[in-house]
Design a protein around this ligand. Structure first.
Ligand code: ZN
Ligand code: ZN
Length: 308
């Protein structure tokens, strides 16, 4: 594929000393598989293959953003799920009762489609990473630089700048140790002693050492930039929602550069690959048809559908 070859060449030129090229994709398992998510995984793996064909070592990472905040009811859920709002996705039960959790239900369906397409990435489950404390040092760094992060984010998100807004700004979601929800009323990080202090709407208050607390995650744009550094990502595609002016790729890139001191990865907005897609994502019946074809198609046909 010409476009993939061209990107692989540009990557090799940009990172001449890279030992292993990390091609990353990531999706929040919020509901049934979307064609966009599949496209993301397929494109990423095609670039991995193009790099390998040029004699480079490369791997595909697929991150499940399953420690994100659950904030809505996807259309396909029949039971009311609003009681789980503000919990992390990883703490919500399976709407159909066949898996241990909500995310396992949707993740396993997606992973079996990828496997049918002969795509076998290294899966990363973000709730496991966050809960294990693997990102604590990165979170601490972001908390210490929270004012600088505010200075990057506030103008890009059109947030009205004020000194008090800046002082109370924390680029994290904290999940209350008592009710489990991100319904924080007040958060403070005490740099001296490395303590986190919060008051939740449920009435619970806690003063806890940051080390070992683990029930928190960085807000999306900071989280994305942090993981580029943590995982050494060199290539990542992104959907239209991330690609707009002042969208999350642009914000995360500024954070990667100015806060985490790294070059953001080569970014491919999908639209440049899929603008003439035969399947309109808004058309439910053709979306379903495309997905069922992908689940059963021979791999090359399925991949053709995904990036058409
Ligand atoms: Zn299930
Ligand atoms: Zn609470």
């Amino acid at each position: 594929m010409l476009w993939a070859n061209k990107i692989a060449e540009e990557l090799i030129e940009t990172y001449p000393n890279e030992e292993t090229f990390v091609c990353a994709a990531g999706v929040t398992p919020s509901g049934d598989i979307s064609l966009n998510s599949l496209r993301e995984a397929v494109i990423t793996d095609i670039i991995r293959q193009a790099l390998e064909l040029k004699g480079k070592q490369a791997k595909t990472l697929f991150s499940w953003d399953d420690y994100d905040l659950f904030r809505r009811e996807p259309d396909e859920l029949s039971t009311p799920f609003s009681e789980y709002n503000n919990l992390p996705y990883s703490e919500i039960p399976d709407p159909e009762g066949c898996h241990a959790t909500y995310v396992e239900h949707f993740e396993s369906a997606f992973e079996s489609v990828l496997s049918n397409l002969n795509i076998h990435p290294t899966y990363i489950y973000q709730h496991e990473k966050y809960l294990s404390g693997e990102y604590t040092a990165d979170i601490r760094e972001a908390l210490k630089k929270r004012r600088e992060i505010y200075d990057i984010i506030a103008p890009m998100k059109n947030r009205f700048f004020s000194e008090s807004d800046r002082e109370s700004y924390y680029p994290v979601h904290i999940y209350c140790r008592s009710c489990g929800k991100e319904t924080m009323e007040k958060v403070t990080y005490h740099e001296v002693g490395d303590y986190i202090e919060y008051t939740c709407a449920c009435g619970y208050r806690e003063f806890a050492a940051l080390e070992g607390f683990n029930h928190m995650k960085l807000i999306w744009e900071v989280d994305w930039a942090m993981r580029w550094r943590h995982e050494g990502v060199t290539f990542e595609p992104g959907g239209p929602e991330h690609s707009a002016e002042f969208g999350s790729y642009q914000i995360s890139s500024a954070i990667a550069d100015q806060i985490f001191g790294i070059r953001p990865p080569y970014y491919l907005p999908y639209a440049s690959v899929s603008s003439d897609s035969a399947f309109s994502l808004s058309d439910e019946s053709s979306r379903k048809e495309a997905l069922s074809k992908m689940a059963t198609a021979d791999p090359s046909e399925g991949i053709h559908i995904a990036i058409k």
